[in-house]
Every structure is written in structure tokens, then in C-alpha cells.
Design a binder for this molecule. Structure first.
Ligand code: HEM
Length: 256
């Protein structure tokens, strides 16, 4: 069957806007346009705006009078507000682009490998090990570390203050650790990969990420079992701290 529907998985709204002209106004847009011409609707918007402004003013006053209790501690040491704010910011941001980027690699692999796709559809029990295997095969994070003292490791001298980058994918493709590491095998027995890092800074959101990826596979494959990458499209991979696929246009047959 000819693909009749096109959807695109993008990592930035800019790419989406550049490559896709706006869709024609939907019924919802038209209803909104009609309502916005109604004087009573406009009055309701103005009153709503004033209520929001007043509420915002009192919230601002309340936050201004808030005093930190400084009771967050690590090993008996109080954490400053700045450190707490940094930790919360890291927690909120670390889970956004990572999962999106990982999904790009999951989807690209499944679009190019119909046999693996079918395996997941016919044996849903494979979805959990498949998430682990795809996490291993397509590790996206490159860790950064600052050297804290002069040291020599296997003949390589490092100076205090040097920066090193550690792509987690290298450990995951180690032939001493994995048979045929470049192949994706949903039946691999144990997968002690380093996609989520290791040691004290090991990913705090690993279980959440796994759950999101698993639910994605279940829901996507139940609705769109067959899909492929738009044939004329040249898929690029952008390697940074988090490696991404900036744009991945997909095609599939519309449901009849
Ligand atoms: C597939 C998705 C994800 C991947 C591949 C991933 C990968 C990583 C890696 C490799 C690290 C270690 C960084 C280092 O040692 O410098 C890390 C740390 C971290 N991740 Fe994730 N992550 C993912 C999803 C998430 C999610 C969903 C959250 C939270 C909602 C999250 C929160 C964090 C936090 C807070 C840290 C810092 C932990 C620390 O420094 O103690 N991550 N992640």
C-alpha cells in the first residue's frame, strides 16, 4: 500500500517550522477566530487577565517574603539555595532531551529493521529486553570530567584542570564485554551497559527513562506497526554531549 500519511519526529520546533508549512486552519482554529470577535468573549478575556495579574502580584509578594529554611543536607552539610536550585534544574532538564534523543535512535532502528519490529509486535514480552538492548546499542551521552590532580593512566599523562570526554557508547560496544556488540539482539542475556553512566553520578532518572521508552514502544507499535523513513531523506546524526538525530521524517499507511 502507498504511504498516504506523513508524520515527522523532530528534536527542535525550528526544524519542524522550516520543513513544514503551517497546516490549514482546523475547525478548532475557526471556532477560536469566531469567538475572539464576540464582545462578551473579549470582556471575559480582559477580566480573566486582570484576575491573573492580581493573583500574580500576590504570588510575587508571597515568594518575596519566603525565607529559606536551609534544611537540605548532604553528609551533615547544609546545601545553599544556589546548590539546591542547580540540583532541581539538573533534575528537570536532564530528563528532557535525553529521552527525546533516545527515542530518535529507537525509531530509526525500528524503521530500518522490520524483522525486529515484527518481533516486538508478535512477542510483547520482548519489549522490556528490547529497551535495554537499544539503550546499550545507541548510548547517546558523552560524559565530561575535569581532572583534579596530575596523573598518568596507561602511559597517558593528564594534568590537573584538563577536561576529558567519555562517550558511554565505547563501553557498550566493547567486544570483550559483548558478543557481536554492533548487532541488536533482543534476546541478549545480561546487558550491563553504561548508557546511564556509573558511580555516584549514575543517572537519577534511569528507571523513569526506561518506563517512558517501554510505554512508547507499546503504544506506538500498537497503533503504527509498519513505518519507514521518508525515502528521499538523508538522516543525519549530531554528536554532542547528548547525541541526537535532528530530524527523522517517517511515512506510514493511513488507517482505512
Ligand atoms: C534515555 C534517557 C537518559 C539517558 C541516556 C541518561 C543518561 C545519563 C548519564 C550518562 C548520566 C551521568 C552523567 C555524569 O556522570 O556526568 C546521567 C545523570 C543524570 N540524569 Fe540521566 N539520562 C536519561 C534520562 C534521565 C531522566 C528521565 C532524568 C530525570 C527525570 C534524568 C536525570 C538525571 C540526573 C538528575 C543526573 C545527574 C545525577 C548526578 O549527577 O548525581 N536522566 N544521565
Amino acid at each position: 500500500m502507498e504511504p498516504t500519511t506523513t508524520r515527522t519526529v523532530h528534536d527542535t520546533p525550528e526544524v519542524a517550522r522550516r520543513e513544514h508549512p503551517p497546516l490549514p486552519a482546523s475547525e478548532k482554529d475557526l471556532r477560536w477566530q469566531q469567538a475572539s470577535r464576540n464582545p462578551r468573549f473579549r470582556l471575559a478575556l480582559i477580566v480573566g487577565g486582570i484576575v491573573l495579574l492580581v493573583a500574580g502580584f500576590f504570588l510575587w509578594r508571597y515568594l518575596g517574603s519566603y525565607e529559606s529554611t536551609d534544611d537540605a543536607q548532604v553528609d551533615g552539610q547544609l546545601l545553599s539555595d544556589e546548590v539546591v536550585a542547580n540540583v532541581v534544574t539538573l533534575l528537570l532538564t536532564a530528563g528532557l532531551d535525553t529521552v527525546v534523543a533516545m527515542l530518535g535512535f529507537f525509531v530509526r532502528f525500528l524503521a530500518l529493521n522490520p524483522a525486529h519490529r515484527r518481533q516486538l509486535i508478535e512477542e510483547p514480552a520482548c519489549i522490556q529486553p528490547a529497551v535495554e538492548e537499544l539503550l546499550r546499542r545507541f548510548a547517546i551521552v558523552t560524559l565530561a570530567r575535569e581532572v583534579t590532580c596530575d596523573v598518568e593512566i596507561r602511559g597517558i599523562g593528564l594534568k590537573r584542570g584538563d577536561m576529558i570526554s567519555v562517550p558511554t557508547i565505547l563501553a557498550n560496544l566493547d567486544e570483550d564485554a559483548f558478543d557481536d556488540p554492533l548487532s541488536v539482539n533482543f534476546r541478549r542475556r545480561t546487558i550491563p551497559h553504561l548508557t546511564f553512566g556509573g558511580g555516584p553520578h549514575r543517572c537519577m532518572g534511569a528507571m523513569l527513562a526506561r518506563t517512558e521508552l517501554q510505554i512508547f514502544l507499546q503504544e506506538w507499535l500498537a497503533r503504527i506497526p509498519d513505518f519507514s523513513i521518508r525515502p528521499d531523506f538523508d538522516v543525519k546524526v549530531r554528536s554532542r554531549v547528548v547525541t541526537t538525530i535532528p530530524a527523522l521524517p517517517l511515512v506510514w499507511a493511513a488507517a482505512t
